[in-house]
Design a protein around this ligand. Structure first.
Ligand code: URA
Length: 310
């Protein structure tokens, strides 16, 4: 158990650096060495075939294997005599499913010809929130979510932060970045000479992924339309992408943070800077100095001075 916890901690660490596909080869399949390791670390569940399905098949080396249902909870499939399922589980091995490429937010829709004036932005955000409603557009709606975390802050903010997705505290409160990572984000904002209410804060997905896992592409892609509209309404001068997931989906590139940091990109007409996710900085505080360098680039662009005394 301790070994698995350690493994998960490593996976999360690399994930925050944008290296969360290290167990896949270029063609999307797991490398043999890693597949063998995963098979030991995450043993395949017991397969309970119905009598007409033949010999028990191998489910495959999937880190999700432990959560896959056995045939006994899928009565309609268990009873099926379809030769298509003979010897194979009736769902794909997650490691063999092609992962859709992220599309840059710039390519998802053209910038609106008519921009929302500052005085109308609060109402436009409220209207968008109403449109989202009690959303069931993606699987996260059925994965234990309690509250949709829409976003928070000044509807006409000059600076917007985008994180990955709500955690347990955010799911309970309905507000972004209110847990431990949120406290660090508050400190980062204060160090820039701003108050939390001066900025706008949102996430790639608005519902908590179970066990704080990385949002699946289908979840992030489904939710993108709403973050895109929030960005088009708020029209911040600068967007700060917190961590690899935000950078991946906003910019539509899967690259390491090291490649993406330290320079401005363009996203929805705003300049966008990539920095470390506060949760990563809590895990590896040595990187706080690097994050501060990123924030100083933002401060220079916005003409901000750090407060005399923090
Ligand atoms: N982590 C995020 O990415 N977003 C939140 O809102 C909280 C934690």
């Amino acid at each position: 158990m301790a070994e698995l916890d350690e493994l998960r901690a490593y996976v999360e660490y690399f994930r925050d650096l944008g290296v969360y596909d290290f167990y896949r080869r270029g063609d999307g399949s797991p490398s043999e060495a890693v597949a063998a390791f995963l098979e030991r670390a995450f043993p395949a569940p017991t397969w309970q075939p119905s009598s007409n399905l033949g010999a028990p098949p191998r489910v495959g080396a999937s880190p999700l294997a432990g959560s896959e249902p056995s045939v006994s909870v899928l009565p309609s499939l268990a009873g099926s005599a379809s030769p298509a399922f003979a010897g194979q589980p009736p769902w794909p091995n997650p490691l063999e499913v092609a992962v859709p490429k992220p599309v840059p937010f710039n390519d998802l829709a053209p910038l609106p010809l008519v921009r929302v004036p500052p005085a109308d932005r609060a109402a436009a955000l409220e209207q968008l929130r109403r449109e989202i409603g009690d959303c069931t557009r993606c699987p996260l709606a059925y994965a234990g979510r309690h509250t949709i975390v829409f976003g928070q802050g000044d509807p006409a903010a000059r600076l917007m932060f985008v994180g990955e997705g709500p955690g347990a505290d955010e799911d309970a409160s309905g507000l972004p970045f209110v847990g431990k990572a949120g406290q660090l984000l508050n400190n980062m904002i204060a160090a820039m000479g701003l108050r939390r209410e001066d900025v706008y804060i949102a996430n790639i997905v608005k519902c908590r992924p179970p066990a704080n896992r990385v949002p699946e592409p289908v979840e992030a892609n489904t939710c993108s339309q709403f973050l895109l509209q929030q960005m088009d309404i708020v029209q911040p001068e600068i967007v700060v992408a917190l961590g690899a997931t935000a950078a991946t989906y906003l910019l539509g590139v899967k690259q390491s943070l090291a490649t993406l940091r330290s320079r401005f990109h363009i996203c929805r007409g705003s300049r966008l800077l990539v920095t470390f996710h506060p949760a990563f900085l809590l895990r590896d505080p040595r990187q706080k100095g690097e994050a501060w360098k990123d924030l100083q680039l933002v401060m220079a662009e916005l003409g901000l001075k750090p407060p005399a005394k923090l």
